[in-house]
Design a protein around this ligand. Structure first.
Ligand code: MG
Ligand code: MG
Length: 388
């Protein structure tokens, strides 16, 4: 059967600032999903949170961008918004940027990652293992480095050397997120394009991996990442994008242990406080609040198996709950405090393009007319235009 995995995520309000949604909000989302499950043919679903974002992970056979599945998630997020309003929570309905989305909800605020595949539990996929990632206080480009290393660098993924199917490499579909009107993408392949891919992925606020495909079986999609940029939708800063991702693992794809290894470096990403600074991203258990200083970015990872009917395993494994990641969180805090020690200066704050959506633009615009041009060939001063 053709099975679709959908991860739809939104921040629709949280307790005492940007921390976590309330249990009542989560219950409202679960109730909306339960009511519609059989009517829409949803095979299974999970409702989780990462920081202030609620994620709905579901399986169904309706394909990607399905109006009904997206509409249901929108209704669930609206139900959680009403709870947030009643409880006086912070930023109720923040990510619901349009009144009523027509069709699918891509471009309406919530993050969307979806992947459709032939679910057969035979041949090259005798078992279907997946990892669902959700990150808070960062943009879609946060996945660029760890996913590139896991799918293209044998220093992180021994399978590229050890597994004949993986020896063919992977195709990366990369989106230029500055094109708000359309999904502007380019396909590059590893290993042939090994120096071109990082040339794009280094620019994490503009370019993001949108999907990854096996080159052994070209129709086998390995990963899907949400690439929505909220500031492109809203035209101003309305909260960070907080991306989600689906990764299929094992067999012709990297193993979960290869997928998570790059997250042990706690790499620096743009996000955190006001989405306008640079901080390391730290692995945290699923359903963690954001409580770190300056909104330290966090990422969670759930390992799940699917049965023949497309149902999730009764138990899921919370990968970053392992004590091994205590050490990474310690490294992340050291890196965080090192960056925060220089406050607003240079690399500690987001780049110019990102800050263009914040109040700093009007501060600089307010200095218009106060600048003076000094003559280069002497000491004479040109009087500012505003003073003439
Ligand atoms: Mg938020
Ligand atoms: Mg968030």
């Amino acid at each position: 059967m053709k099975l679709t995995l959908s991860v739809l995520k939104a921040d629709v309000g949280s307790i005492g600032g940007h921390t976590k949604p309330s249990e009542k909000q989560l219950a409202a989302v679960r109730a909306t999903m339960a009511e519609a499950q059989s009517r829409l043919g949803i095979i299974d679903y999970l409702v989780t949170y990462t920081g202030d974002d609620i994620a709905i992970t579901s399986t169904h056979t309706r394909g990607v961008n399905d109006t009904e599945i997206h509409g249901l998630a929108w209704n669930a997020f609206q139900a959680a918004t009403r709870v947030a309003q009643q409880s006086g929570l912070y930023a109720a309905g923040q990510d619901l940027l349009v009144d009523a989305p027509s069709g699918n909800i891509r471009g309406a605020g919530p993050a969307v990652a979806e992947l459709e595949f032939d679910h057969k539990l035979s041949g090259d996929r005798p078992a279907e293992s997946i990892v669902i990632f959700a990150a808070d206080k960062c943009g879609p480009g946060a996945y660029n480095l760890p996913f590139f290393l896991a799918f293209a660098d044998p220093m992180y993924c021994g399978g590229l050397l050890l597994k004949p199917e993986m020896n063919h490499g992977f195709r990366f579909r990369i989106m230029d997120m500055d094109h708000a009107a359309a999904d502007h993408v380019v396909d590059l392949v590893a290993p042939e394009d090994l120096y071109k891919i990082p040339a794009l992925l280094r620019g994490e606020t503009r370019f993001a991996i949108e999907s990854i495909y096996s080159r052994a079986s070209p129709d086998q999609q390995a990963a899907a990442i949400s690439t929505q940029r909220l500031h492109n939708i809203a035209g101003k800063y309305t909260g960070k994008d907080d991306p989600v991702a689906i990764v299929r693992t094992q067999g012709i794809f990297p193993a979960p242990e290869e997928i998570v290894l790059p997250w042990t470096m706690a790499h620096y990403v743009t996000g955190d406080c006001r989405g306008s600074h640079v901080m390391p991203i730290a692995p945290y258990p699923i359903n963690s609040s954001v409580r770190g200083p300056y909104c330290l970015p966090i990422v969670s990872a759930m390992a799940i198996s699917l049965d023949a009917a497309g149902r999730f395993s009764e138990e899921v494994v919370d990968l970053f709950a392992d004590p091994a990641y205590d050490e990474v969180r310690r490294i992340a805090m050291q890196k965080a405090m090192a960056m925060r020690a220089q406050g607003w200066f240079g690399a500690a704050m987001a780049n110019e393009e990102e800050l263009a959506y914040t109040g700093i633009k009007s501060v600089i615009a307010g200095l218009e007319g106060k600048w003076t041009d000094l003559a280069r060939n002497g000491h004479e001063t040109v009087v500012p235009a505003a003073s003439r």
